[in-house]
Design a protein. Structure first.
Length: 300
């Protein structure tokens, strides 16, 4: 009888140990799953602008901001110090008439100069290099008008968002026309009212009304997504991609096929509208008309 009672106690102890092990494993897995989802915490603010419209960052950490009220491009270091300002209203090499988009590589900076019908190319220190004018294109069919977007592939090809003709035009780095993208021949992928584009993960992402259209770099249709919010801007770096409304940011740091991207929503507590956003080096940078607000991704 004592032996039976002893065996019963041992069985209960083992059963209890199994439950304890299961419980602790569940706690461990839960804590790991929590750490997989980064928190976003406020860090600091940099810059001071009259009406910052859009921005970009190159791989060395320099920011280039379009201040639309002054028709200016401002270069900032990571601490927010202005290192150079160019612009002012005009049509010479260092002035603009409504600069609408900007893209930076390690060496060059590209500006879509909307009402001058041109793309301005500068070096990283904003010294003028060259221009691609719509008037320089031989074929009248492929002259762009009112460019509002510019993206550059790793191969150096330029993708210009032609707002007047609702299409993307692809050029070589030397300005030779290659092909149109998103025209009526694209069927359901034809652009209707494109707003902005970005090049991410070797694909072209275009915001068109409340649709997000994705093409490969050769103009082939990839996928389309209907958005349940009004997108204002889209931006990307090697570190991730963001789409923002005037009050929210949707971001992804995945580099899988788009169908597997996990877009998460972030609503910052700020008292200004959001004009643009970008992910760089484990931080989220939010552009308002007056400044850049920085948040950190953390698992702590």
């Amino acid at each position: 009888m004592k032996q039976l009672l002893f065996n019963k106690i041992r069985l209960e102890e083992k059963f209890s140990e199994v439950h304890k092990f299961t419980f602790y494993m569940l706690i461990l897995l839960l804590s790991l799953s929590i750490k997989l989802y980064a928190q976003i915490i406020y860090d600091r603010e940099i810059g001071s602008f009259n009406y910052a419209y859009t921005f970009c960052v190159n791989m060395t950490g320099y920011f280039y901001v379009i201040d639309l009220s002054n028709n200016e491009v401002i270069k900032l270091d990571s601490l927010g110090n202005d290192t150079k300002i160019i612009g002012g209203y005009g049509s010479d090499n260092n002035s603009f008439d409504t600069p609408s988009d900007i893209y930076a590589t390690t060496l060059n900076v590209y500006v879509a100069d909307k009402f001058n019908d041109r793309i301005q190319i500068f070096d990283k220190d904003l010294n003028f290099i060259s221009s691609l004018y719509a008037s320089s294109i031989d074929n009248e069919i492929y002259k762009f008008r009112y460019p509002i977007g510019i993206g550059v592939s790793e191969q150096g090809d330029m993708f210009i968002l032609d707002s007047d003709n609702s299409r993307i035009l692809k050029f070589t780095s030397s300005g030779k026309f290659i092909m149109p993208i998103g025209t009526y021949e694209s069927g359901n992928f034809a652009l209707i009212n494109p707003k902005v584009l970005t090049i991410y993960n070797n694909k072209i992402f275009v915001v068109d009304n409340q649709r997000l259209l994705i093409f490969d770099l050769y103009g082939n249709n990839v996928t389309t997504l209907n958005l349940d919010f009004i997108p204002i801007n889209i931006n990307s770096t090697y570190y991730g991609i963001t789409i923002n409304s005037s009050s929210k940011i949707y971001y992804s740091i995945s580099k899988n096929n788009f169908n597997n991207y996990e877009f998460r929503e972030f609503v910052p507590k700020i008292n200004e509208v959001i004009n643009d956003s970008i992910i760089f080096n484990n931080k989220l940078y939010i552009l308002t008309p007056s400044k850049i607000i920085i948040y950190k991704f953390t698992t702590e």
